[in-house]
Design a protein around this ligand. Sequence first.
Ligand SMILES: *Cc1c(COP(=O)(O)O)cnc(C)c1O
Length: 465
Amino acid sequence: MLDAAIDHLETAGQGRVWTPWPRDLAEAFAAALDGDGQAPGELVEHLESLLPHGVGNTHPRFFGWVHGAGSPAGLIAEIAGAAMNANCGGRNHAAIEVERRVVDWTRRLMGFPEGASGLVVSGTSMATLIALKVARDARLDFESRAQGAGHAGLVGYASSQAHSCVARAFDLLGLGSTALREVPVDADFRMDTHALEAAIAADREAGRAPFTVIATAGSVNTGASDALDTIADIAARLGLWMHVDGAFGACAMLSPQLRGKLHGIQRADSLAFDFHKWMQVNYDAGCVLIRDETLHMQAFSDRPDYLSREESGLAAGAPWPVDYGPELSRGFRALKVWAQIAEYGQTRLGAVIDSNRALALRLAAAVDATGDLERLAPVPLNICCLRHVPRGWTEPELDRLNETIVRELQLSGIAAPSTTRIHGRLAIRVNITNHRTSEDDIDRLVEEILRLGRSDRLRATARER
Ligand SMILES: *Cc1c(COP(=O)(O)O)cnc(C)c1O
């Protein structure tokens, strides 16, 4: 199995991007569950047969959504982690200490003050939930932990480009997703901060309790980052908790040339981001940082006796991860994060980010230079939204053509961009967060988009409906 896994990674740049799982294999997997146990050889055969059927994100021409590509360091670390089988909810052992060191490295990278706390979590969705729970409870003097928050009229703000995990956190926290106000964006897809202030004032007027503003550092549609310093000023002046969703964008802190775009991130009360996207750590691994450790602990710890915990032995070493988040039993996610940083180092991880950004700019330049292609948004980081635009076509026809191009690229196994809507128009959305992607891959993508967009077959299906 180890040989097969290494071969798989060595050849990750070859073959198809995405290959659907054949029915017979799916059925063999189902049948095995009802069987009476397998010999090791048979089991390994099953496992090996799975390898070609991932989502495709290890391949250099996977451009969909925002998926990281993983690394061999992750594979090796997960072997060590599996051998230990550590439970990282708490207690006094090496895995807890490794997680603390990883969180501390992250704290320094993001410019948070000493004493800030954090956790390695499954991803930005969980990190956002944890951060906004601290924000909610801190606002209500932690009475919400026993009483709930339904009565308080809490409302928060994020731009129309914010990720859906923010509204989901509002839902899960009992605030209701409509308590998250959608603030419009400017021409660069950044939060309109005048509209933010107006929305806060209107809610106050109506007797509601604005408690948080969620800024985005690297939006999922276009890679736009809100004006973090301006938002930090507004949050400070109006007494709101500033949370930053930096799922992939926050990792631009690893790049000396991009870091400046994120100025103000160090002023946030909390930050959620992913190791598994632009830092290429294997799924899943994200991070939450909380500026004020006391508030973090007050929102999650169930043990008022924490001050009198054990000094030595397995029950020592508090506070534990369980005091900072909703999970008790949890695996040793931090090990693969540690291995990634230890093996590649901050400079090389940053260089991947710069290289990805250069590729996004190369793509943008190619689009701008090609009459049949149109770019639909600026390219502030690593995402380029474009479409094929034959002259004289209606908007619905263009939408269908570009949707078909994306589907054909995916089905042919040549490349896997995804789609989004920019100002109502269907865009081919190309996200580059993969250390394996090269200039050739970008050039090939442009070639294939042009070939498909000009093909009579695709043009006929897009127009005839
Ligand atoms: C991916 C993403 C999320 C969600 O993160 P998960 O790790 O998938 O939970 C949130 N916000 C942004 C901007 C993202 O790109």
